[in-house]
Design a protein around this ligand. Structure first.
Ligand SMILES: C[S@@+](CC[C@H](N)C(=O)[O-])C[C@H]1O[C@@H](n2cnc3c(N)ncnc32)[C@H](O)[C@@H]1O
Length: 157
């Protein structure tokens, strides 16, 4: 199974980049993993919030394959403990998932078409975080989950 981290927005900010790269390199020892930052459409500034989300959704849906498992990050989703997240990932691997996609939405979140396509909607907290910060938390939590699956001494209950 390969992990993909899709994020709508601009390239990693300098204060985020080294951390995201470090945790992604660590994740790669368990699962191949890569980031894809999806730039919003060029005319984003003149679009309504709804139209922007629709256009961003088209870009995301074009990248998806029918068998992809999509985990959407959204503050309204389901919360997991770190061991529960590890089990979610393990279950996807057990189900012979080839591509597990984690998606971070844009400034206004995501269009309903993405919410409907998502196999799982995961909330990190009821708080809303900036998408840059979510990139770092996501990478760390997935790394943490990998270490839990291998019984390694990173996560302490
Ligand atoms: C600035 S937030 C957008 C918030 C917007 N109010 C919405 O309706 O989704 C950008 C992205 O960060 C992610 N995000 C922010 N806070 C989150 C949280 N607590 N749990 C999961 N994802 C979160 C989501 O993917 C969201 O689409």
């Amino acid at each position: 199974m390969k992990l993909y981290f899709y994020s709508i927005g601009k390239a990693h900010d300098s204060y985020i980049k080294p951390g995201v790269e470090d945790f992604t390199a660590r994740i790669n020892k368990y699962f191949p993993a890569e980031w894809q930052v999806i730039a919003p459409p060029k005319n984003a500034a003149v679009l309504s919030e709804g139209d922007l989300k629709k256009q961003e959704a088209k870009l995301v849906l074009n990248l998806l394959q029918p068998d992809d498992q999509l985990i959407l990050l959204d503050e309204r989703g389901k919360q997991f403990s770190s061991p529960e997240l590890a089990q979610v990932i393990q279950q996807k691997a057990n189900d012979s998932t080839k591509r597990l996609i984690f998606l971070i939405g844009g400034a206004f979140g995501v269009d309903a078409s993405i919410q409907q396509r998502a196999n799982t909607t995961w909330s990190l907290s009821k708080l809303v975080f900036p998408h840059m910060l979510v990139r770092l938390i996501l990478a760390e939590q997935v790394y943490r989950a990998c270490t839990i699956l291998r019984n390694e001494k990173y996560h302490h209950m």
